[in-house]
Design a protein around this ligand. Structure first.
Ligand code: ATP
Ligand code: MG
Length: 545
């Protein structure tokens, strides 16, 4: 049998029974029930009725309360010589906290009735219990004060972070210039979470890439990463937060990056920048937090900053568009005046040419007159196009056409033009079917594309035009063997006034093309390689049988 710990010595060791006579203790032992609680046993729960007083003979217990927010707070640890469970016996209320054995714990317990009698009959026990309760009250006061101090400290930190965020939001909203803005956002992020340096990537949804600008020497270069590639590309794709506390001991970090840059990365935080709707619009990559790895608070802060940053970026983009359209409408107003003034003399010229042809009776002069008429028509057409574009006129003249006929017709004209420029036209027309479209506009699209292809082959070459049924759509491809175009031109080609490498380009051709294709609910794609050539691919919805 196990030895009982319920002895006079052990009882006297308890703070309730200091200086109590052996005789009395012997009598108390008789009232006691000895119990053993294995580690983690809940001895009593909060809010239950209190029936007994417990005296700890050996082991350790903890008294805990669960807060409104679910966290467990330890009010006290008690060991051999302490007692617990007296409060409910004295004030007849429910248990105010939970008590759990921390390790194997032996207790002697006394019933409420016996406890009452004991107190009534023994002044020393009264005094002892009073002293203990007073001591505990003091210690509880201190615990509360400590807890308050801690909460105030945490609140202060939170307020500090909030103020930082407000300041950051203000700074971020101070610029509408996108490049400048990205710089400000990055600087703010670096400063706020004490990083040494960082990169801010933005999503290019069209291309499925992220991009960033970086300084190489004195030159600003653009870095592009496909989604999924590199750590930043991975984060952009998955939305995962990658917090690396020790770069050189983490397989997710690629030391090659440091080798190239000559920088030494110790810790690193890569996380998505999301807008208000939770959509990923970019990636923050922060390096080397001062004094240790990035914390969950840093992640939280960047998250909060993201929302402000995304609004600012959106605003900057809108502002850019507004400036652009303002510029366009100014050009439009100017163009209408000029075109108005030009159309009349052009009309006159056209009539004179016709008269010349009729009256001269000379074949050579007739041909020249025809050419004059043709050029005048082209000129008027072109100016009309600029006018339409600047006014934002949309397709209105949609009709059902036999697509191959339209195509053959256009190609006949294009071929003449190409032949003069020493460019061969190859046709691979495999689509036969009807399409609803605005003929005039689509014809202009094909002219513009073929014209660009011709310009890109100053020393001649081949333009291959193909059509193909791809189910619900007709795919039309113009592939040239020309110069190809730089990435920057390709990226901006649909923006008005983007022209490159031409003496007299207005840079409107492809933006008109894009608008017409959009109006037809079609799609357009560009593939281009410098020195090899370019393919412009258009998809137009067909009329399904
Ligand atoms: N097939 C192509 N090959 C190489 N570069 C091209 C091709 N198509 C377009 N580009 C590039 O894109 C730019 C923009 O084309 P766009 O047709 O919009 O304007 P443009 O030809 O310069 O002027 P516009 O057509 O208004 O007279 C061109 O200046 C050229 O640099
Ligand atoms: Mg053009």
């Amino acid at each position: 049998m196990e030895q009982s710990l319920l002895t006079v010595e052990n009882l006297r060791f308890n703070s309730a029974f200091k200086y109590v006579a052996d005789m009395n203790l012997n009598a108390i032992i008789k009232m006691c029930k000895e119990e053993k609680f294995p580690a983690n046993t809940v001895i009593f729960q909060e809010n239950t009725r209190g029936e007994r007083l417990y005296l700890i003979l050996d082991g350790r217990i903890k008294i805990t309360k669960v807060t409104k927010y679910g966290a467990e707070t330890v009010l006290a640890y008690l060991t051999k010589g302490d007692f617990f469970g007296e409060m409910e016996l004295l004030d007849d209320q429910v248990r105010s906290a939970r008590t759990t054995a921390v390790e194997l714990t032996s207790c002697a317990s006394i019933s409420k009735q016996d406890f009452d009698n004991m107190l009534k009959s023994n002044n020393i026990i009264q005094l002892n219990i009073l002293r203990s309760i007073t001591k505990r009250l003091r210690s509880a006061d201190q615990t509360i004060v400590n807890e308050l101090d801690r909460t105030v400290e945490i609140s202060k930190q939170h307020i500090g972070k909030l103020n930082m965020l407000i300041d950051a939001a203000k700074t971020i909203n101070s610029s509408l210039d996108l490049d400048k803005l990205l710089e400000i956002i990055l600087e703010t992020a670096i400063k706020s979470i004490s990083a040494d340096r960082g990169t801010l990537y933005l999503q290019d949804e069209l291309k499925g890439e992220i991009w960033s600008k970086a300084l190489r020497g004195s030159e600003v270069i653009e870095i592009r990463l496909p989604l999924g590639k590199g750590l930043a590309g991975y984060v952009a794709k998955t939305g995962e937060i990658v917090n690396i506390p020790d770069a050189y001991n983490d397989p997710r970090f690629n030391p090659e990056v440091d080798k190239k840059s000559g920088y030494r990365t110790n810790n690193m935080l890569t996380m998505p920048m999301r807008n208000r709707d939770g959509k990923i619009i970019g990636v923050f990559q922060m390096l080397n937090k001062k004094g240790g790895p990035f914390s969950p608070q840093d992640e939280e802060f960047l998250n909060a900053l993201s929302i402000h940053a995304s609004v600012a970026i959106e605003n900057a983009r809108l502002a850019q568009e507004m400036v652009q359209s303002e510029r366009l409408s100014a050009v439009g107003r100017m163009a209408s005046t000029i075109i108005h003034d030009i159309k009349n003399p052009m009309g006159t010229l056209r009539v004179y040419a016709q008269v010349m042809k009729k009256k001269s009776g000379n074949e050579e002069a007739g041909k020249l007159a025809d050419e004059m008429i043709h050029q005048v028509d082209r000129f008027v057409n072109m100016t009309q196009e600029i006018l339409d574009f600047s006014k934002g006129v949309s397709s209105t003249n949609i009709e059902e056409v036999e697509f191959s006929e339209t195509m053959e017709g256009v190609l006949m004209f294009i071929e003449k033009d190409l032949t003069k420029a020493n460019v061969k036209l190859e046709k691979k027309l495999n689509f036969n079917g009807k399409v609803k479209l605005d003929q005039d506009k689509i014809v202009r699209v094909f002219y513009n594309i073929a014209g660009n292809a011709r310009d890109a082959m100053p020393d001649g070459g081949t333009l291959t035009v193909s059509t193909e049924d791809i189910g619900g759509m007709v795919k039309i491809e113009f592939t040239d063997t020309g110069t190809g175009m730089p990435e920057e031109v390709k990226r901006k080609i649909f923006e008005p006034f983007v022209t490159y490498g031409k003496k007299h380009g207005t840079g409107l051709g492809m933006s008109i093309v894009k608008k017409v294709i959009d109006d037809h609910k079609g799609k357009i794609e560009i593939e281009s390689e410098l020195g090899k050539g370019t393919t412009i691919r258009i998809m137009l919805p067909t009329m399904q049988a």
